[in-house]
Write a protein that binds this ligand. Structure first.
Ligand SMILES: Nc1ncnc2c1ncn2[C@@H]1O[C@H](COP(=O)(O)OP(=O)(O)OP(=O)(O)O)[C@@H](O)[C@H]1O
Length: 192
C-alpha cells in the first residue's frame, strides 16, 4: 500500500461571498495527527470538507494519497434502517463480531432504526461507520460532541490506534483531544 499523505499548499476558502482563510499550507504523513483549531466560523468544517474533496478550493492545491473518511454531524447512515443493517452497508463492518461495535457500546442498538438514536449514540454509530469505511485519512469534525466521558475516551483510543497503524487523523475540535504527538493548525492565523 502506498504511504498515505495529505497536504495543502497556499489554500484559500470562500463560502458565499466571503473569503474565510487563505495561505493555509501543511503536510501530514502516515502515522501523524493534526488538530485544526479556531473560533466559531473561522472555517474548520469548511477546511475538512475541502480536504475530503466535497468542495473546491478558491485558490491553492490539495495533495491526497489514500482514501478519506469524513466524520461530521451527518452520520452517513440510512435513517430508516436498523443500525446493524445500516452499518453493514459499509463493507468491513460485520454486525456479528465487530470489535468497533463492542467498543462503541452499539451492540444493544443494532436493531434500533438509526433515526431513533440519541445525539451521542448517533455520533458513536458514525464512528463505527468510519471504521467500516477503511479510509486511511480520517477527517474528524468535532468528534467528541455529544459523547459521554467513556465514549470520548473510546474515540480518542480508536484514533490513536488508527495513527499507530499508519493512518492519518485531522481533528477539528474546540475540545481538547488526547492524542500523542499531535500538531496544531490555528486557523485564525490565516483569516482574511
Ligand atoms: N454553504 C455555505 N454558504 C455560505 N456560507 C457558508 C456555507 N457554509 C458555511 N458558511 C459560512 O462559512 C463560515 C465558516 O463556517 P464553518 O462551519 O466552516 O466554520 P467552523 O470554524 O467549523 O465553525 P464552528 O466552530 O462554529 O463549527 C461561517 O460563517 C458560515 O456561515
Amino acid at each position: 500500500m502506498q504511504e498515505p499523505r495529505i497536504a495543502a499548499h497556499d489554500l484559500a476558502c470562500r463560502r458565499g461571498d466571503r473569503l474565510l482563510f487563505r495561505g493555509v499550507t501543511f503536510g501530514i504523513e502516515g502515522g501523524q495527527a493534526m488538530q485544526v483549531a479556531g473560533a466559531n466560523g473561522t472555517g474548520k468544517s469548511s477546511l475538512l470538507r475541502l480536504l475530503a474533496g466535497l468542495t473546491r478550493p478558491f485558490a491553492g492545491t490539495i495533495e491526497r494519497v489514500g482514501e478519506t473518511g469524513l466524520l461530521d454531524e451527518r452520520a452517513a447512515l440510512d435513517p430508516d434502517l436498523p443500525l446493524g443493517r445500516a452499518l453493514a452497508f459499509w463493507s468491513s463492518i460485520d454486525a456479528r463480531s465487530p470489535a468497533a461495535v463492542e467498543a462503541l457500546g452499539l451492540r444493544e442498538l443494532l436493531d434500533v432504526p438509526v433515526r431513533y438514536l440519541s445525539t451521542g449514540q448517533r455520533k458513536r454509530a458514525a464512528m463505527a461507520r468510519l471504521l467500516g469505511q477503511n479510509a486511511t485519512i480520517w477527517l474528524l469534525d468535532e468528534p467528541l460532541n455529544g459523547l459521554d466521558v467513556h465514549a470520548a475516551r473510546v474515540v480518542e483510543d480508536l484514533t490513536a490506534a488508527h495513527c499507530a497503524s499508519g493512518g492519518i487523523a485531522l481533528i477539528a475540535s474546540h475540545q481538547p483531544f488526547a492524542l500523542p504527538n499531535m500538531t496544531m493548525l490555528a486557523l485564525q492565523e490565516y483569516a482574511v
